[in-house]
Design a protein around this ligand. Structure first.
Ligand code: F6R
Length: 610
């Protein structure tokens, strides 16, 4: 999704902005641009494709500028090309804007500005903002007032930054629906859509809220509401280090993040798992626990991988806490006027905490009086801040577009929630203790599975040319089948489908022949015998089979072509183990196909548009 960075200070902003844009690459983008004021003139340099292409176009020695803004674009209105890349100029080419979000009424604004002589050069919705601000400046307003007046006419979402050579001592930035932070430095200040863009320079940040506009000078910043009331903002200290967001010696962020899972899963449980009591302590739910325990129904709402985590959560909560639980795609939930009662508790799961559909669904749930709770990774993200309570997953920054460690940490947090609720609702301490002990063993078991990396790489080489894949699982491992298929398709562009294994005979079995590999998630649990029958059905039709199986299972080897043996755990926690080989398999297949694993085509890390 679009990324934003801005700098004002004494240094040359050009390398700072280029490096910041590189830090934002993980969000996914199709073009990039940089704008700055040099010798009293506004300059723009843009390019389609990677930030490195943009960098090649700039001769840093040619320009010195201490005021600039940069942007990575993920196209929504208008194709990805150099013209549509940001920043956008006003008519007199002395004002520049960068924008993340969508201006819903841009056509209306465009028509009225065209009627008074403004010309448009791009297909974007964003360009209207530059001309609209310009129209207010021409009426004698300051930049700040012009931005405020322009935004009062705009419907939609924005994270916006503006610079103007008529007032070259400031950046004006504003937020509604798209994340924006101010980085506070010493004699220099920054704005960014994401702290990772500015972390090399400062760890002091201020989160802008919806409806706030800030004037950022080199030595101060002043924040106001859209109705011009000044507000005091709290400065937060970021604890992430740059090392934490580097590849740490791995060839891809995705592999690094897969390999980090023993640690990230441990971090998700740290201080929360109460083994002797057989329960969990989740401070973020303390204030809402009575309401949560008395709710009539739990809904879990999310998108993509987070939605798959929600499905596992449904099985966990229903099995142990016996609270009716439903899982909803946030994108569907928000639009179908769902029946929501004040005695519903709704967990919104989002790694980024910025997914537009999930955030909108949360607002809808809050409006209808439900208990809206967040399960997020990014601290201070929009969903985390909107929620009435919740749990951070503490997986650490996830840079690879394909979610891996966030998924396993989401499952851990859902297991902690299920454990906490179940114990409070009558589960015996002994049973809770058994779950807690198994949870405690997960990091070591994940580490054991990760040792199978080369074995899985070999299997990947055998299957890299397959055109389709079926992923099949039952019970707790049905959502893992969906997640395994999603991982493969998003990074290797191979068509893959996940199914509950028993559904195979209701249609997908027609696809099975020697060219259709099937991956069975078949640990020894209560559905094992059934899944063995499904394996035999595929074998009888000459399908090639990979099985994720229990290390204690020696019989399955005779039935399938390849087995990946993993340690046992209780069925509720099995998805945290079974998904690991599927992440590695997808990763190695994509690498062998020579694809951009960390930034797959057409995808963005944080989907902040509908
Ligand atoms: C897939 C993936 C996406 C996200 C989805 C929701 O690997 O990462 O499917 O899970 O876009 O994102 P969050 O969790 O940030 O709300």
């Amino acid at each position: 999704m679009c990324g934003i960075i801005g700098y004002i200070g004494e240094k040359n902003c050009i390398p700072i902005i280029i490096n910041g844009l590189k830090r934002l690459e993980y969000r996914g983008y199709d073009s990039a641009g940089l704008g700055f004021i040099h010798n009293g003139n506004a300059h723009v340099i843009k390019s389609k494709g990677k930030v490195s292409i943009l960098e090649e176009k700039i001769n840093s020695n040619q320009y010195f500028s201490s005021l600039g803004i940069g942007h990575t674009r993920w196209a929504t209105h208008g194709i990805p090309n150099e013209t549509n890349a940001h920043p956008h100029f006003n008519e007199s080419k002395n004002l520049l804007i960068i924008h993340n979000g969508i201006i819903e009424n841009y056509q209306t604004i465009k028509t009225s500005l065209s009627n008074i002589g403004y010309k448009f050069y791009t297909e974007t919705d964003s360009e209207v903002i530059a001309h609209l601000i310009d129209s207010f400046i021409h009426k004698g307003n300051t930049l700040l007032k012009s931005v405020r007046l322009a935004l009062s006419e705009v419907e939609g979402t924005y994270g916006l930054a503006v610079i103007y050579n008529g007032e070259a001592d400031k950046i004006i930035a504003a937020r509604k629906g798209s994340p924006l932070v101010i980085g506070v430095g010493d004699g220099e200040n920054f704005i960014a859509s994401d702290v990772s863009a500015i972390l090399a320079h400062t760890k002091q940040v201020v989160y802008l809220e919806d409806g706030e506009i800030v004037e950022v000078y080199k030595d101060k910043f002043v924040t106001r509401t859209t109705s011009d009331e000044e507000i005091q903002k709290e400065i937060h200290e970021i604890s992430l280090s740059l090392d934490e967001i580097d590849k740490g010696g791995y060839s891809h962020f995705m592999l690094k993040e897969i390999m980090e899972q023993p640690e990230s899963v441990r971090n998700s449980m740290r201080g929360r798992l109460l083994i002797p009591e057989g329960s969990a302590k989740l401070g973020g739910l303390d204030n809402v626990i009575e309401r949560l325990l008395n709710c009539k129904r739990i809904i879990i709402s999310a998108c993509g991988t987070s939605w798959h985590a929600g499905l596992v959560g449904e099985y966990m909560i229903e099995k142990y806490a016996q609270i009716p639980t439903e899982v909803e795609y946030a994108s569907e939930f928000r639009y179908r006027n769902p029946i929501i009662h004040p005695d519903d508790a709704i967990f919104f799961i989002s790694q980024s905490g910025e997914t537009a559909d999930t955030l909108a669904a949360m607002k809808e749930a809050k409006n209808k009086g439900a208990l809206a709770l967040g399960i997020c990774n990014v601290v201070g993200s929009s969903i985390a801040r909107e929620s009435l309570g919740g749990v951070y997953i503490h997986a650490g920054p996830e840079i690879g577009v394909a979610s891996t460690k966030a998924f396993t940490s989401q499952l851990v947090v859902l297991a902690l929630i299920a454990l906490l609720l179940s114990r409070k609702l009558g589960m015996k301490a002994e049973e809770g203790k058994c779950i807690a002990e198994h949870m405690d063993q997960l990091p070591d078991k994940i580490a054991q599975i990760l040792k199978l990396n080369s074995e899985i790489e070999f299997i990947a080489s055998e299957f890299q040319d397959a055109k389709n894949f079926l992923y099949l699982g039952r019970g707790f491992n049905f959502p893992v089948a969906l997640e395994g298929a999603l991982k493969l398709k998003e990074i290797s562009y191979i068509h893959a489908e996940g199914y509950p294994a028993a559904e195979m005979k209701h249609g997908p079995i027609a696809l099975i022949d020697e060219n259709m590999p099937a991956i069975f998630i078949a640990p020894k649990d209560s559905t094992y015998d059934k899944i063995i029958s499904n394996i035999q059905e595929v074998k009888a039709r000459k399908g090639r089979i990979i099985a994720i199986a229990s290390e204690s299972d020696s019989e399955i080897d005779h039935l399938v072509d390849y087995t990946i043996k993993i340690p046992d755990t209780i069925s509720m926690l099995m998805p945290i183990l079974t998904v690991i080989p599927l992440q590695l398999l997808a990763y190695h297949i994509a690498v062998k196909k020579g694809l951009n694993v960390d930034q797959p085509r057409n995808l963005a890390k944080s989907v902040t548009v509908e």
